[in-house]
Design a protein. Structure first.
Length: 396
């Protein structure tokens, strides 16, 4: 790992950086590599931190550091207070002053640098900016005392903004990496090509030599990925509480891989299908927990096959503005729940469980979904009970 003279200008936060960090979900973990690559755009983790309240407070502490431009010393004070508050022990580095200093520096620098990079990614991809400066230049930091040779070799490399190089080499490219990217115009790009710093000099596609494990991705480029997708792509390895739910305890009953529309079609056609489909996680768990009167943190969202058949048989045209949901409409269910326009408690299900009613306007239509809360160690999920669509923005 390289040594450094000074930290980057993280005391000057900007809106895109803070927005990126705040949208992350808190995910428990055992090891630093439980979450990899693009999954970091969706998830906040601190290796070994599995308590939900601890994670939420650590997330808030880093968010505060970004928002207020706080330095490492201020973050260390917050970290120390949170560890004491939650009684967190057994974490790597806690046994010595040097270990604590190292661990807090890693947490601080990694989150600061990746959120900074993600904010820059959004800025650099602004359509108006791309019209003027459609090329990007890799810049190595002069503040590094013991620079990585390959990072130095990329200094000045100038490529089109959509070149495959940036999907893996957009900095930071390792622990403590302070490299950055700047936009340039066509004239500057042509000068770089003439100087031997253009596309012909970029590393071969797929060559990630010189990039630390877990850093071969572009921070901020994957914020639109669904959490379901990053799990399917095996970018998150869950700690026991969740991995068991997805594998041993629940995976025998939950399909986590099939495309949602295909599953709906199969469930309607084949009544022998009994396994529900996993749609994702309850991401607005605090709001849902308050509505239903029980903690749903970490709960899955599932689509039982019986519900797919029920929707097909009972929620078609009603002679008014209601239309039958199509298999592709079920793709919106996780959005309807996690980003609802209106969320409220429903009547108890026939099983006596609490329900939550979610409504969201999508494409000028009102999507309404009812989910049943399934508590317990094995079933922990919000399972879809009913789903209907009103054309126009009506719907009860």
């Amino acid at each position: 790992m390289a040594d450094y003279v000074q930290l980057p200008p993280w005391n000057k936060p900007f809106n895109e950086q803070l927005a990126f960090f705040k949208q992350k979900l808190n995910l428990p973990s055992e090891r630093w590599d439980d979450i990899m690559h693009a999954a970091h755009d969706k998830a906040f983790m601190v290796a070994g931190a599995q308590n939900a309240d601890l994670l939420a407070d650590l997330h808030a502490a880093v968010s505060k550091a970004i928002d207020q431009g706080l330095g490492l010393d201020a973050f260390r004070k917050d970290f120390k207070a949170l560890v004491a508050k939650h009684g967190w022990s057994g974490w790597t580095g806690e046994d010595s002053k040097a270990g604590v200093a190292w661990r807090t520096k890693v947490i601080y620098q990694t989150n600061m640098s990746t959120s900074y990079a993600a904010g820059r990614w959004q800025q650099l991809n602004d359509p108006d900016l791309l019209k003027a400066t459609p090329y990007w230049r890799y810049k190595h930091s002069d503040s590094v005392l013991t620079p990585r040779p390959l990072h130095v070799s990329w200094d000045g490399l100038t490529l089109p903004h959509d070149h495959a190089f940036w999907t893996t080499h957009f900095p930071p490219n390792g622990w403590g990496c302070h490299c950055r990217v700047t936009p340039v115009n066509k004239a500057e790009f042509m000068q770089a090509v003439t100087a031997g710093r253009g596309p012909a000099n970029a590393p071969a596609l797929g060559n990630t030599q010189g990039i630390d494990t877990g850093f071969a991705y572009a921070p901020g480029a994957n914020v639109d990925l669904s959490l379901r997708q990053v799990v399917q792509d095996k970018l998150i390895t869950y700690p026991p509480a969740i991995s068991k739910a997805l594998t041993y305890d629940v995976n025998r009953r939950i399909n986590a891989h099939e495309e949602i529309p295909n599953y709906v079609r199969h469930a309607i056609e084949d009544k022998a299908i009994k396994d529900p489909l996993w749609l994702g996680f309850v991401e607005n768990d605090a709001e849902v927990s308050e509505i239903v009167g029980q903690d749903v943190n970490g709960y899955l969202v599932t689509l039982p096959p019986d519900t797919a058949r029920h929707v097909e048989n009972s929620h078609g045209y009603d002679g008014g503005d209601q239309r039958p949901p199509q298999p592709e409409d079920f793709n919106h269910l996780i959005q309807v729940l996690n980003d609802a326009d209106d969320l409220r408690q429903g009547e108890s299900s026939r099983h006596g469980q609490a329900t939550v009613v979610a409504r969201k306007s999508i494409g000028g239509e009102m999507f309404r979904a009812v989910f049943e809360v399934l508590p317990g160690k094995k079933n922990r999920a919000l399972a879809l009970l009913s789903f209907l669509i009103k054309q126009g923005k009506g719907g009860g």
